[in-house]
Design a protein around this ligand. Structure first.
Ligand code: PLP
Length: 434
């Protein structure tokens, strides 16, 4: 239960001033502790990466894949068949629609967009770059590296609000229907980065239909980075976008992505994509100019290690054991300090890597500064919006997986003090201005 059950808007000036002096005192006390903490890194902790140490040496000199390929040699642009089988199942796609690449799904995403832009998914006449302006729908808050790809490639970004059920599809549908310059949309459908929401069945279905509303060559970038990253057994499932797309005849409009970056080794995992056979053929023809084939040795190591969906799920449960206490620590500290105060809102994700906090508008930057001044590094305010600009200056992404649990606790407590201090100061300033 919260310490301050009174909503900030109900506090009198005297009460605000009394809270201010207590908070300033607590803030000074934290400052004197010379903290050096970091809640910015959405990466697995050391104990988590160590869960996959058996990858090292797992081949034991046996370099033959199930279908007899010597994985040490060149070839196999689309990846090893047994890796396509395993990771295709993760994305809900058959082998023929799955490509397994190198260590980064972000690289695959960049390739797809760059290809659609400059070469065209169906030949030069279909290249998005034939138009002066190319736009993408970016549900916000979202993943900064998606936005950087667009910015780097000169794609204009249109923000759409995220709801608890996923992107606001009324807005998305009307935008896509009205503007043929919109060529795509980013989605992190399960345990979205950063809100942690899981797209509802109806949202998945509506996203799958978007290809019908748009002119040709619209694509959905379905980045399912956290598809197997449950923290609890009752974590909500995600409907299959492929099944819906096949029903609606829009399979060419969907590209699905995933990787083992947060399953095995973040820097040495395998990445995969699934799309229609026609899209895969077009993409492969382009990839063939860049590589003779991916690292099949690593793909085979991953297949031997992760084996099947049941073994993968058991492995992910071991990750969850390590992440869950960190999430619960942040959520309990937020609830204890801020529930009922009107100083912020957040979701309690059932999986993924992030907790997204919405402060009172106009305060995110200040909270991040206040924290930084006492040695607590938070993700820069605005990072979850295109061009680094949060129009409300409200969203802050918290990433509790990497630091030790004691540090997560200290960060969360300091964060709550900074939120309260900024909120009370803002209310007093507003009262003065009246
Ligand atoms: N997609 C999302 C939504 C992410 O949050 C991340 C990493 O944080 C990535 C992709 C990076 O994926 P990869 O390591 O496969 O390039």
């Amino acid at each position: 239960m919260g310490e301050h059950k009174v909503h900030i808007d109900q506090l009198s000036r005297d009460e605000l001033e009394s809270q201010l002096s207590t908070l300033q005192e607590e803030y000074r006390r934290l400052g004197a502790m010379n903290l050096s903490l970091d809640l910015t890194r959405g990466k697995p902790g050391q104990e988590q990466v160590a869960l996959s140490d058996a990858l090292d040496g797992i081949l034991g000199g046996d370099y033959r894949s199930a279908d007899g390929v010597d994985v040490r040699n060149y070839g196999g642009l689309e990846g090893l068949t047994e890796a396509r089988q395993l990771f295709g199942e993760v994305l809900g796609a058959p082998v023929a629609e799955t490509l397994v690449g190198g260590n980064s799904s972000l690289t695959l995403m960049y390739h797809v967009i760059d290809f659609a832009l400059s070469e065209g998914l169906r030949g030069p006449a279909s290249a998005w770059g034939n138009s002066d302006t190319v736009k993408f729908i970016c549900p916000c808050p979202g993943y900064d590296r998606h936005f950087s790809i667009c910015e780097h490639l000169g794609i204009e970004m249109i923000t759409v609000p995220m709801l608890d059920s996923g992107p606001d599809m009324d807005v998305v549908e009307s935008l896509v229907a009205q503007d043929e310059r919109i060529k795509g949309m980013w989605c992190v459908p399960r345990f979205s980065n950063p809100t942690g929401c899981v797209y509802s069945d109806s949202t998945v279905d509506r996203v799958a239909r978007l290809g019908l509303d748009s002119t040709a060559h619209f694509i959905v970038m379905w980045d399912n980075a956290y598809c197997v990253h449950n923290l609890y057994d009752d974590a909500p499932a995600l409907a299959s976008i492929r099944e819906r797309a096949v029903q609606h005849g829009t399979a060419d409009n969907i590209f699905q992505f995933g990787s083992t970056s947060k399953v095995t080794f973040a820097g040495a995992g395998v990445a995969f994509l699934a799309s229609s056979e026609a899209n895969l053929a077009a993409l492969k023809a382009h990839l063939a100019f860049q590589t003779i084939g991916p690292d099949k040795v690593n793909q085979l190591r991953h297949v031997r290690f992760l084996q099947d969906q049941a073994t993968l799920a058991a492995h992910m449960a071991r990750h969850a054991e390590r992440i869950r206490p960190r999430f619960e620590c942040v959520l309990a500290t937020l609830a204890k300090g801020l529930d009922g105060t009107g100083m912020g809102s957040w979701l309690a994700p059932r999986g993924g890597y992030f907790i997204s906090f919405d402060a009172r508008p106009g305060l995110a930057r200040e909270i991040v500064h206040l924290a930084s001044d006492i040695g607590v590094k938070l993700t820069p305010a605005g990072a979850t919006f295109p061009y680094g600009k949060d129009p409300q200056d409200s969203n802050i992404r918290l990433s509790p997986t990497f630091p030790a649990l004691a540090d997560v606790q200290a960060c969360a407590e300091a964060f709550v003090i900074c939120v309260k201090l900024a909120s009370v100061r803002q209310r007093l300033k507003k009262a003065d201005a009246r």
